[in-house]
Ligand binder design. Sequence first.
Ligand code: NAP
Length: 259
Amino acid sequence: MAAATRLISRLTLVTGGGSGIGRSVCQRFASEGASVVVADISEESANETLGSLSSDLRGQGHMAAVVDVSSKESVKKLVASIQTRYFQPPSVCVNAAGITQDDFLLNMEEDQFDKVIQVNLKGSFLVTQAVAQALVACGAPKGSIVTVGSIVGKVGNIGQANYASSKAGVEGLTRTAAKELSRFGIRCNCVLPGFISTPMTDKVPEKVISKFPTLPHTFFLSSLCRPPEVADVCAFLASDDSRYITGARIEVTGGLFIG
Ligand code: NAP
């Protein structure tokens, strides 16, 4: 099927849809014909994304929703509200909500570690579980869950003991979910971006960013990728073009840290 229509009649949920990579995924999904639930902790940014979505393809209807992915109650409410509105759970889910709270290991407070794990790792678990439970309960024939990890989960990063741990964790979560859910036709994969220009990376000082391409053992296409490069891969993983791929991680780094 042509790329422009391959998500027609798919109901998709994107957490962290109010900004950066999540917003770009919402826009890409909508442009391919999906109905998109833009979920974010910020109502304002979720609505802003909603306003940017195209809806000129058959049967599309988007909605914005507020969710705190680190709260089981909030995630349950989100999935229930989707089912009330669309009479079905989302068959595609992208876990893009995430935070950083950087500090050197020697200085990092317990609270900084806990908070990042709660949103990035536990949040991905809660959303994956709730969506999978809803899909299994209604006997849906297939599903695709994509979690946005990070290359940092593989190689580590100075000042990000909490973040790197959370991103390594979502890879284990994804592979385990893939094994358990394949018998229900639900595929689970991870995308590992490198350094993508978003509000999250706006916080990284320029002197740190300028060091990325010159690190040893790297072959790097350009200094910073943009969210659409990650959204392209999410759309592939959401679609039937990737129907035989599960439990995989795809690096979207421009070649940063190959091998
Ligand atoms: P971003 O622009 O900050 O977007 C993240 C979104 O998630 C924000 O709208 C944020 O809202 C929302 N969010 C935060 N906590 C939440 C919660 N508890 N529940 C629901 N939504 C919440 O960051 P991004 O760069 O697009 O990152 C998206 C994903 O890609 C993250 O998982 C990140 O770790 C991953 N990633 C990013 C890069 C990169 O270089 N940018 C690289 C590798 C991986 P607020 O703004 O209100 O907090």
